[in-house]
Design a protein around this ligand. Structure first.
Ligand code: TIU
Length: 236
């Protein structure tokens, strides 16, 4: 077991039983012209999570930590899209409507896919999910349990929506999860702050909150290749 500085106290984990969970780093949320912007959001707020998340991703790959990615989206016939989700917010553009990056939040479209900086490589499962949570209507739990995973390192967007929903789901399923504050992003700075507060309050009611530097420090001390990979990703 090794441990990373975190709140409300050190996050102890066994790297062999740990997965890096990369949540919804899709063009639809991160870039203008996608689903996120159609909801009235300024997507530029999410961009700053990408460089630290890429460093963590590269370090975990070098350390041999299991990596799993998620994407929120729907079948092209929208048969898994609840009417409630379709209608919510009375947006000018709905899920499934055409946009500059293809049909909004539809699987197989350019906007639905993951951005280049953190794109999956061979051997890293991608879990397509119809909802906000990574465990709802997916085989996420089966994949993690099959690998003997107990600990999760969490990066992704957005902090108070898909990241926190997934973190709560993971908590109820018996995982210990560390959310890296600089590797998650929200359209709302205030929600970023309070979403992270909620996780670590009450002795870590849903889990732990740390940051990429503390995590990379401990990983690099045990796996020198991880330190080199993180440095290479940052251009250091
Ligand atoms: N709207 C918003 O903040 N997020 C989402 O709709 N999905 C995810 O967080 N991935």
């Amino acid at each position: 077991m090794i441990s990373a500085r975190a709140e409300p106290y050190e996050f102890a984990f066994d790297p062999q039983k740990t997965a890096l969970l990369m949540i919804d780093f899709q063009r639809d949320f991160v870039y203008p012209g996608g689903f996120g912007e159609s909801l009235g959001n300024d997507t530029s707020f999410l961009l700053k999570a990408l460089p630290p998340a890429a460093r963590v991703l590269n370090a975990c790959r070098a350390a041999g930590i299991f990596v799993i990615h998620t994407r929120e989206g729907h079948r092209s016939d929208l048969s898994d899209l609840p009417v409630a989700k379709y209608e919510r917010g009375q947006p000018s553009l709905h899920i499934g409507d055409p946009g500059p990056m293809g049909r909004l939040l539809v699987r197989g479209e350019y906007g639905h896919d993951i951005v280049e900086e953190v794109y999956p490589i061979d051997g890293e499962p991608i879990v397509d999910k119809p909802g906000k949570g990574a465990f709802y209507a997916t085989d996420m739990d089966t994949i993690l349990k099959t690998r003997g995973i107990r600990y999760l390192i969490v990066c992704g967007v957005t902090t108070e929506v898909c990241v926190q929903t997934s973190d709560r789901e993971a908590n109820d399923r018996g995982y210990d999860a560390l959310v890296l504050a600089d590797c998650v992003g929200s359209y709302f700075p205030e929600f970023q702050r309070v979403a992270l507060e909620m996780i670590k309050a009450q002795g870590g009611i849903f889990g732990w909150v740390g940051d990429s530097s503390a995590f990379l420090e401990v990983l690099g001390s045990v796996y020198p290749a991880a330190a080199a990979a993180a440095g290479a990703a940052s251009g250091a």
